[in-house]
Design a protein around this ligand. Structure first.
Ligand code: NAD
Length: 351
């Protein structure tokens, strides 16, 4: 298939494209406007593959999206482009509304116009896969059962409400216009090439540099952690096998409190590189909680696992060990980001 992937230079999109280039015969048109969160380096060998084309364009630009469909004639779309960091959405929600809601609207309109012109097998096989989050379901209490495909929406942050809005748009374009679309909602991802503003790389790199490790509230907030490469495999299976109108809840059954995550990172780092000043857990600092901080997210992935024939390969400990090894051997990349010198372009390329 020829796939149009949005946000393919981001954390999850780049993992999907690496997997597609390594393990399938599909070709990829990667539409990415290259925000601060984008990284060409994360594409690794895909960047030089003749099965990958990078198109720098904004999903909110309907004319540019229509042109991308017309030029590249995709067989399917996987839509990942988004503003994705909850803390940024609290400080400045406007970009989240623009990209996540209006950008999804514009992409849907371009897909609808393109789909209207398809005939025969190409029309029968066309798919639009929207990648979303479990945060749209709101917050669980300690003893609530995990989220499933039928859990009602109850988003609470600017980020999760913008993602919820985009999910509603995708379902409306399926019901109203017959666009063959489906949605996947996934738990927290972690792993290689994650921008170092998110919890796991932030704590890991601060610990390595002997800096304070900020933990919101008392650290009891709980997330369900999925290794990004496992997610990439699941997303491609959903794209290939998904049924229009369906929802796929993807998770790894690896719930951990934030404090457990931070202690696990400190212990793994101490084992690899003992700090003469003592265990790195001494750097933990409890900071004022995030406003509206959801207590717990967790997914029961049973239905999606059965539907697509997939389960996550990495438990949290194995995924974390791989993540730590990777950050220890990719200093150039994260030091350039933390030093404010990274442009998103491949390291060593003129800006
Ligand atoms: P990310 O922030 O790492 O990457 C987002 C990518 O989208 C970047 O490359 C950015 O340049 C691009 N982008 C942003 N605005 C754009 C625009 N207007 N036009 C074109 N490209 C644009 O995000 P991520 O963590 O890889 O998440 C990808 C998707 O998965 C998002 O939709 C997110 O909501 C969803 N998701 C993420 C997680 C997670 O834990 N990271 C979990 C579940 C779902």
């Amino acid at each position: 298939m020829r796939l149009l992937i949005t946000g393919g230079c981001g954390f999850i999109g780049s993992a999907v494209i690496r997997h597609l280039i390594r393990a399938t015969d599909h070709t990829v048109v990667n539409v990415d406007v290259m925000t601060y969160a984008a990284s060409e380096d994360a594409l690794e060998e895909a960047l030089d593959s003749d099965r990958h084309t990078l198109v720098r364009a904004d999903i909110a630009d309907t004319a540019a999206m229509k042109a991308a469909f017309e030029t590249h004639q995709p067989d399917a779309v996987m839509h990942l482009a988004a503003e994705s960091h909850v803390d940024r959405s609290i400080d400045g929600p406007a970009d989240f509304m623009r990209t996540n809601i209006m950008g999804t609207f514009s992409l849907l309109e371009a897909a609808r116009a393109y789909y209207a012109g398809l005939t025969g097998e190409r029309r029968a096989n066309f798919r639009f896969h929207h990648v979303s989050t479990d945060e749209v379901f709101g917050a669980l209490e300690a003893n609530d059962p995990p989220f499933v495909e039928t859990t009602p929406y109850d988003p609470r942050s600017p980020y999760s409400s913008s993602k919820a809005a985009s999910d509603h748009l995708v379902r409306a374009w399926f019901h109203t216009y017959g666009l063959p679309a489906f949605v996947s909602n996934t738990t927290n991802n972690y792993g290689i090439w994650q921008f170092p503003e998110k919890l796991i790389p932030l704590v890991l790199l601060n610990a390595l540099e002997g800096k304070p490790l900020p933990v919101y509230g008392d650290g009891s907030n709980q997330r369900d952690w999925l290794f990004v490469e496992d997610h990439a495999v699941a997303l491609v299976k959903v794209l290939e096998q998904g049924v229009p109108g369906e929802t796929y809840c993807i998770g790894a059954r690896q719930p951990r409190s934030n404090l457990q995550v931070v202690h696990a990172i400190c212990a793994e780092l101490d084992r690899r590189l003992p700090d003469p000043e003592g265990p790195r857990s001494r750097l933990i600092r409890f900071v004022t909680d995030r406003p509206g901080h959801d207590f717990r997210y967790e997914i029961d992935p049973s239905l999606a696992e059965a539907a697509i024939g997939w389960t996550a390969e990495h438990d949290f400990e194995r995924g974390l060990a791989r993540t730590i090894d990777w950050y220890l051997s990719h200093r150039d990349w994260w030091e350039a980001i933390r030093g404010g010198r990274y442009t998103g372009q491949r390291l060593g390329t003129a800006a």
